[in-house]
Design a protein around this ligand. Structure first.
Ligand code: ADP
Ligand code: MG
Length: 452
């Protein structure tokens, strides 16, 4: 059995408790692939999960997010097929599914496969040539815990189709298409954060993402600051309906304040006009306006190792999430208390959409192990639930896995990403969160002479 330590890169999926290294993980996936399809896979792709370091619910308000692509990732081992069928097996769910590319429809029985089907459908709508394939999926991103396993699955799927089809999308457009798959095919009205981070992430850096023009720049945390996840293991009840309600309230606030999105309102302007809003809408909007402001401040504080600012900003974010945006849950409070009492803590706050799931802490490097042990002990003592507490490192965005298991990943990122298509979308669309209406991803396809 795997022995969990604070420095383990990620908890493995439920079907794969024994996997510790990438080599073992690869062997497990390959064995399953051979068992199911009688041959070895010819292509390995990966896409990371993410944790938001600051900026809860700011993405669909077209604001800022400080986001970290993490070492927990989703792999697909694949081999092209002669026909137009996609055959899938998820090791995490121990479930299979298949569909034809000529008529992609959703499957209410195997809902998980809709993330793959949706990407296939959206890419084909863009006129991209898709190949059928056999695939085995394996993920170390915990599902439905706020670290974005759904986007990781979408983005790795798009990466497989790219490699087999002999074309390439730039990361931002790939993210927009994956978001469209989740919005329109799966039916989850998420913002761009998850897919953007999974596609455009850079190893060793957080990204400061501007969700209005879809540009981002890398933010390197000061040496000595580590990011530790605390998974409460509590189910995210009501997350879907509450999410939609929060989003509608923000849209109502923006409408009443006469702006396209809350991003356009400064804190001073909001203070002056808050009373024009119904009280609950005002609370939601105040959180977003303040949170947006905190993103830029936290980026600066993490670079400068300003402990006091990190602690204050994370505390204010968590307070606002619970009191104003009302996305807290008892397990989140217990986890935060455990984190704030643990050795080496600098600050802690919610991760993901709230209502349970994970929290994220900034911890002094020398204390990571002691921190994790203390949090596990305190959380278990309070809840009788064993949490998962683990260090995460900034990983590269979606790409190919290397041919040999322990070589560095094949990824190709540059310093500053600017999205010309995203700018177009933001300029022209009254609903930029639905990029499919306005952007033209085909323009930015990089054609490869040969499949990767
Ligand atoms: P989150 O993105 O925060 O993890 P979501 O509810 O958005 O939570 O997405 C989780 C869903 O994504 C799962 O319930 C499942 O349907 C699908 N999914 C994610 N990873 C996998 C995987 N490895 N195998 C099969 N389905 C997956
Ligand atoms: Mg998701």
């Amino acid at each position: 059995m795997r022995t969990e330590t604070a420095t383990a890169p990620c908890p493995p999926g439920p079907a794969c408790r024994d996997v510790v290294s990438r080599t073992e993980r690869r062997a497990l996936v390959e064995a399953e692939f051979r068992r199911r399809y009688d041959r070895a896979p010819s292509l390995w792709c990966r896409a990371p999960g993410r944790v938001d370091l600051m900026g809860s619910h700011t993405d669909y308000n077209l604001g800022y997010v400080l986001t970290l692509p993490i070492g927990c990732d989703t792999w697909i081992a694949a081999r092209p097929r002669e026909d137009r069928t996609v055959c899938l097996y998820s090791l995490n769910l121990e479930a299979e599914a298949s569909f034809g590319l000529d008529r992609v429809v959703s499957d209410p029985q195997a809902r998980w496969s809709n993330y793959v089907r949706g990407v296939a459908q959206v890419l084909q709508t863009e006129g991209l040539k898709l190949n059928g394939f056999d695939g085995v999926i394996h993920s170390t991103v915990p599902m439905s815990s706020g670290l974005s396993s759904s986007a990781a699955l979408e983005c790795v799927t798009a990466t497989v189709f790219e490699a087999l089809g002999g074309w390439k999308l730039d990361p931002v457009n790939k993210a927009l298409l994956c978001q469209r798959a989740e919005n329109q095919f799966v039916g989850v009205n998420c913002g761009i954060l998850d897919q953007y981070t999974s596609c455009a992430g850079q190893e060793g850096c957080a990204l400061l993402l501007d969700c209005r023009d879809l540009s981002s720049r890398p933010v390197k945390l000061a040496d000595g600051i580590k990011v530790v996840i605390g998974d409460t293991k509590s189910k995210r009840e009501l997350a879907g309906s509450e999410y939609g309600q929060r989003r509608a309230q923000c849209e109502e606030g923006a409408r009443r304040l006469g702006v396209q999105a809350l991003r356009e309102i400064s804190l001073e302007q909001f203070n002056a006009r808050e009373r024009e809003l119904p009280s609950e809408v005002a609370k939601r909007c105040r959180f977003i306006v303040e949170e947006n402001d905190r993103v830029l401040k936290l980026g600066a504080a993490l670079k400068a190792f300003d402990r006091q600012a990190i602690r204050q900003l994370t505390a204010a974010s968590f307070r606002g999430a619970c009191d104003l945006y009302e996305i807290g849950a008892p397990a989140m409070h217990t986890m935060t208390e455990a984190m704030l009492a643990a050795p080496g803590v600098i600050g802690a706050r919610q991760a993901g959409a709230g209502f349970g799931g994970c929290l994220v802490a900034f911890v002094e490097e020398a204390s990571v192990d002691a921190f994790a042990a203390s949090v596990r002990h305190a959380y278990f003592a309070a809840t009788q639930t064993q949490p998962e507490v683990y260090l995460v490192q900034a990983a590269a965005g979606a790409g190919l896995l290397p041919q040999t298991p322990d070589a560095p990943d094949a990824h190709h990122r540059s310093g500053f990403l600017t999205a010309s298509i995203g700018k177009t979308a933001a300029r022209h669309s009254p609903h930029p969160s639905r990029p499919g209406r306005t952007h033209r991803p085909k323009d930015s396809i990089i054609r490869n002479p040969e499949p990767n």
